[in-house]
Design a protein around this ligand. Structure first.
Ligand SMILES: *[C@@H]1O[C@H](CO)[C@@H](O)[C@H](O)[C@H]1NC(C)=O
Ligand SMILES: *[C@@H]1O[C@H](CO)[C@@H](O)[C@H](O)[C@H]1NC(C)=O
Ligand SMILES: *[C@@H]1O[C@H](CO)[C@@H](O)[C@H](O)[C@H]1NC(C)=O
Ligand SMILES: *[C@@H]1O[C@H](CO)[C@@H](O)[C@H](O)[C@H]1NC(C)=O
Length: 453
């Protein structure tokens, strides 16, 4: 069963190997198979072309080895790797409108941990590049060493391949704020709320993990530093899972079509309105019996958006859900994602129903979008996740809102809007971190004001 230890491509999935003892698969660091060449990110505009025409073109591309990166009502992005880019039919796509951009792979050349200097947020070199899982573990350990008063590491279980999953708890201990505020520990504790942030469930969404790390760093950074989030610790305890999918993180290994059929889409595996079917706007599953496809036919395990046999089948999803249930007074949840520049509230599973908290959720999101724009001019749109993307059950945002009872639950799709897509240049890590800091601040202030007013 050798394929089981190969990680998936494009590592949207995590590896599921229940009950089998297998060695940890090597984490393969991204590098271009042909360093001199770039792939094409092709954007189809649905407004101008008919959905049916676009669907046909995309299906052809997928069969040729291209990869769907983003889909919404208005546009679909397909990544065409260098190996496919010379296929002649690529330039014969009828009347379907599209725009191309070149995207290249960014080799990982991380500086040694000893040179990062995490003692300041502004001057650290850490946020200049993407990192391997090993480096992320080192970052986490360093943060805890530098700030033992603020940072606690919590083991929350193991991944499918047996990797340790770690949550970062960033909180001021009760005594710290007691001084000068004249409130008792219990009063202080009663006033603080939980704020949960998760990095990429889909491991190709690198910027989500980098941004989660930037936010963790910003929380422990001295209040005098630009972009510090330290002041929020007076009102919130933060719980962060930087790498929800440690098996898949960073892996871009190209494996054959048979090996694609491992893993599932974590973000369709959460236990609220979970369904074995995954009706995607274009029904692009590469299933053999296309004719039998319909809304009630279980999704092929080879599909990118395979939701699993049952909710919480993914141990990673299960671990995070179990951890969440141990945390008190949760008020806010942010699922960091890529890409599309959107801040989206529940629901994902339906476009027909709005949550009872929709008004507050959207008002807070609109404020957060304005706050993001103030930093570097980046425009975020807001709405429900179903409206912003497409209907998808089993999403983490629905679970956190409807099951975990977290009123302000959002999916934050970070930069960009499709020029680089998932291959966002590393020099954007810091600006994205800075604008996301403002997003967090804005949401936190909205919630604190709401609480007292
Ligand atoms: C992509 O790169 C190729 C080769 O360098 C170039 O011919 C083409 O114009 C580029 N396309 C875009 C959209 O930049
Ligand atoms: C790390 O950064 C801090 C603050 O910027 C500075 O005081 C310190 O000297 C630096 N340490 C090293 C080893 O460069
Ligand atoms: C960052 O480096 C600059 C230039 O060396 C220095 O002036 C500043 O104090 C440093 N900031 C922090 C927070 O250490
Ligand atoms: C991080 O890595 C460096 C260099 O490999 C090592 O010296 C250091 O002990 C590590 N730190 C932690 C906290 O793991």
């Amino acid at each position: 069963m050798v394929p089981l230890i190969l990680l998936t491509w494009p590592s949207l999935f995590l590896v599921l190997v229940h009950g089998l003892h297998i060695p940890l698969a090597e984490q393969v660091v991204l590098s271009s198979p042909e360093p001199a060449r770039t792939g094409i990110l092709r954007r189809f505009l649905i407004d101008k072309s008919l959905p049916g025409e676009v669907k046909g073109v995309i299906e052809d591309l997928m069969h040729a080895g291209a990869d769907l990166w983003h889909a919404s009502k208005h546009q679909v992005d397909v990544y065409i790797p260098p190996s496919v880019a010379d296929t002649p039919f690529l330039s014969h796509q009828g009347d379907v409108e599209y725009t191309d951009s070149n995207v290249s792979f960014f080799p990982i050349s991380t500086p040694s941990p000893s040179t990062w200097n995490l003692s300041s947020l502004s001057n650290s070199t850490f946020h200049e590049s993407y990192h391997t899982l090993e480096d992320i573990e080192n970052f986490t350990a360093q943060l805890a060493e530098l700030h033992p008063d603020l940072v606690k590491l919590v083991n929350i279980g193991h991944s499918a391949e047996g990797r340790e999953m770690v949550a970062l708890e960033i909180a001021k201990s009760k005594g710290q704020n007691k001084k000068g505020h004249g409130i008792s520990e219990s009063e202080f504790a009663a006033k603080k709320h939980g704020f949960v942030i998760t990095g990429a469930q889909h491991s190709r969404e690198w910027i989500a993990v980098s941004t989660a790390m930037y936010l963790a760093h910003a929380l422990v950074a001295d209040a005098s530093e630009p972009h510090s989030l330290a002041s929020l610790l007076n009102h919130f305890d933060f719980h962060m899972v930087l790498v929800p999918n440690p098996d898949g993180y960073k892996n871009r290994q190209v494996v054959g079509p048979n090996e694609k059929c491992i893993g599932l889409d974590m973000n369709r595996n959460w236990g609220h309105k979970w369904k074995p079917t995954a009706d995607f706007p274009f029904a692009l599953d590469n299933t053999k019996n296309k004719k039998k496809k319909g809304p009630n036919v279980p999704t092929d395990p080879c599909s990118h958006w395979y939701p699993g046999h049952r909710a919480f089948e993914s141990p990673e999803v299960n671990n995070i859900a179990n951890y969440i249930t141990t945390l008190p007074r949760l008020r806010t949840f942010i699922d960091l994602r890529a890409y599309g520049q959107m801040l989206s509230a529940p629901f994902s599973y339906t476009c027909k129903r709005d949550p009872k908290d929709a008004e507050d959720q959207i008002e807070a999101a609109m404020g957060a979008a304005r706050a993001i724009k103030e930093v570097h001019g980046t425009v975020f749109t807001t709405g429900t996740l179903c409206e912003m993307l497409y209907r998808a059950p089993g999403n983490v945002v629905d679970y956190m809102y409807a099951k975990a009872g977290i009123k302000y639950s959002y999916a934050a799709h970070l930069r960009d809007t499709g020029t680089y897509g998932f291959d966002l240049p590393p020099h954007w890590i810091r600006p994205v971190g800075e604008e996301t800091v403002n997003m967090i601040k804005s949401l936190a202030h909205f919630i604190v004001d709401k609480k007292s007013g």
